[in-house]
Each structure stands twice: as structure tokens, then as C-alpha cells.
Design a protein around this ligand. Sequence first.
Ligand code: NAP
Length: 253
Amino acid sequence: MSSSTQKLAGKVAVVTGSSKGIGASIAKHLAAEGASVVVNYASSREGAEKVVSEITAKGGKAIAVQADVSKRAEVERLFADTKKAYGQVDVLVNNAGIYEFSPLETITEEHFHKQFDLNVLGTILATQEALKHFNPAGASVINLSSIVSTWAPPNGSVYSATKAAVDAITGSLAKELGARKIRVNAVRPGMVETEGTHSNGFVTGDFRKSIESQTPLGRIGQPHDIATAVVFLASSDSAWISGETLLIAGGLR
Ligand code: NAP
């Protein structure tokens, strides 16, 4: 695709947790639209390098940067490396997240803090640091929420609470940052087939069947179903949309 038809030509995007799953697809879709992409990961160096090489093989620009986004010092390093490679930031996708289910009786403080530290604190720390590097001409933040922020399944009270917090952060920061031409939106996927949902058994078990039977479009999602919406929210096609939480779940609500 020539640069004149690419929606994100010349832009710089940081995608947290993009070594696999939804984040990897988002990184590839943003790069296909011309963005230079920072592929962040926590431990899957090989996965992140594979995403980078798939992007560069198609003529795109990307680098892999390791950083645990639940830790301030590592987030600072992520953006310092981004600045060194590409300069200012135009798009931040707060995708890194974990989901663990547990009945009320077995919830531990560890279960709580692990999910809140990454899904909520990580989103805040990354956005806070990105703010120092955003293009003064404008920027777009896209947070990965989930259908569970309102459609809360049993045994997921802590995970659902983290995503309800992400929705609240999205609404609050959209108001706080609008005057600086920074748009803040969220996408709320239903169940999506990823490494994460495979490894916790969601994709193969009865849970998937139950979800599909309740979903008007009759299937679970694939990462590209989410990535295409993120490209829209990152680009000027959505120039007057901020504070929105977009449900992408095949009609399930
Ligand atoms: P996934 O397949 O488990 O991938 C998670 C990604 O996050 C990996 O790249 C992982 O990197 C990275 N990550 C984990 N801990 C990190 C940390 N501390 N710092 C930086 N990166 C970290 O997950 P997914 O299913 O694609 O989900 C992605 C996002 O979508 C999450 O926020 C999730 O809550 C949300 N979501 C998912 C679904 C779904 O059904 N899949 C539905 C709704 C919302 P390493 O491999 O290096 O650890």
C-alpha cells in the first residue's frame, strides 16, 4: 500500500503486550497503515521479535521493547527507548492485561493485585508516561477493556472489576486530556481466540459453546476483529470520538 493511502503514515504507536494475541494483531494492523510500532512484551522475546519481523518483511517499521508495564521504572524505559527510536508518540494502545477467574471463596490478595497492577495501574502508568512524549498536535489512547466490564460472568469478579475500572479511566481521561487534543477511547472485546484464552482453556471448553450459543453472530472473535477497530480509533477517521467504549462482541451484550 502506498503511503498516501495509509491512515497512519508517519505516526508512532506503542502497543503494550503485543508479543501475542490481540496486541500482536493490533501492532501488525497499525504497521500496515504506516505507523512505526513499538512492540512491547514482558517475557516473550521470541514472540515480539516474530511480530517485528512480520512487520518489517512487509516494508513496515517496528522494534521490540521489553518492559513490565505494571512497574513505573520499566514504563519509563519503554518510552525512553521509543523516543530514541522514533521520537514523539501519536498512538498508545494499553493492551497488556491478564485474566484469571476464581470463585469468591478462593480469591487471594495475590489474585487481586496481579490483575489490578497490570490491567489498571499499568494502564495509568503507561498513559502517564506517554503524556510526556505525545505529539502536541494530538494523540490517541486506546484502552483494552472487555465485555465483562458490564456483562460480568460468575467467578470473574476481580477481572471484571479491573475492566470496569478501565472504562472509568477512559471516561475520566477523555475529559481531562481533551484540551490537549488527546482522545481516549476503549474497545470492549467479547471472547477472542488468543494464546491467553487457549492456555486457560476458554477456547476449547464448554464456556466457548455457551458464549457462542448466546452470541447473535454465532462465533467467538479473532484478534483482527479487534485490531481493525483499534486502527479506526487510532486514525483521524475517529477525530471527533473520545470517551467512547466500543463493544465488539458479535452482538452479545
Ligand atoms: P494474551 O494472549 O495472554 O497476551 C497478553 C500479552 O500481554 C502478551 O503479549 C504478554 O507478553 C503481555 N503482558 C503480560 N504481562 C505483561 C506485563 N506485565 N507487561 C507488559 N506486557 C505484558 O492476551 P489477549 O487474550 O490477547 O488479551 C489482550 C488484552 O485484551 C488484555 O487486556 C485482555 O484483558 C483483553 N481482552 C481479551 C479478551 C479475550 O477473550 N482474549 C477479551 C476481552 C478483553 P508476554 O507474553 O511477554 O508475557
